[in-house]
Design a protein around this ligand. Structure first.
Ligand code: ZN
Length: 149
């Protein structure tokens, strides 16, 4: 196993065991529900915006370890970012997850999210990892429900 896949396993286990920002947010200014029928993952993402800045972000739901870990990492990264920075990050993570296996990925500036690049080795899990990102994207666009299908 490469260092990245070991790191990947550790991060997934850690975030699954003790997810960050795993709570409802009664005063959220935006929220969306996401569903991945292939795996049965369900997630609700809550966002609190002040102007253009995300001052708080949290999630609830039930799903596999990868969807939960991805949501947990995502909330940790998005807090304090502007809406535009969040959308840029969404696009980069989406590209990273859906690239062809073995192709180059630019992980500069992605921080801990870089470990999610390991998911592209497991095509069946890509939708699990991308679900929380699609969901927060929908929340920021003012939407309500998103399905990966
Ligand atoms: Zn899943």
């Amino acid at each position: 196993m490469s260092d990245l896949s070991e790191l990947y396993q550790d991060m997934i286990l850690d975030h699954n065991r003790s997810p960050r920002n795993f709570r409802a947010m009664p005063d959220a200014t935006a929220l969306a529900h996401g569903h991945n029928p292939l795996c049965g993952d369900n997630v609700t993402i809550y966002v609190k915006l002040e102007g253009e800045r995300i001052v708080d972000v949290s999630f609830e739901g039930s799903g596999c370890a990868i969807s939960k870990a991805s949501a947990s990492m995502m909330t940790a990264e998005l807090k304090g970012k502007t809406r535009e920075e969040a959308e840029t990050l969404f696009e980069r993570v989406h590209d990273m997850l859906t690239r062809e296996a073995g192709t180059f990925v630019d992980i500069e500036g992605l921080g801990k999210l870089a470990v999610l690049s390991g998911v592209s080795e497991f095509p069946a899990r890509v939708k699990c990892a991308s679900l929380p990102w699609h969901t927060v994207h929908t929340a920021l666009e003012g939407g309500e429900t998103v399905s990966t299908e």
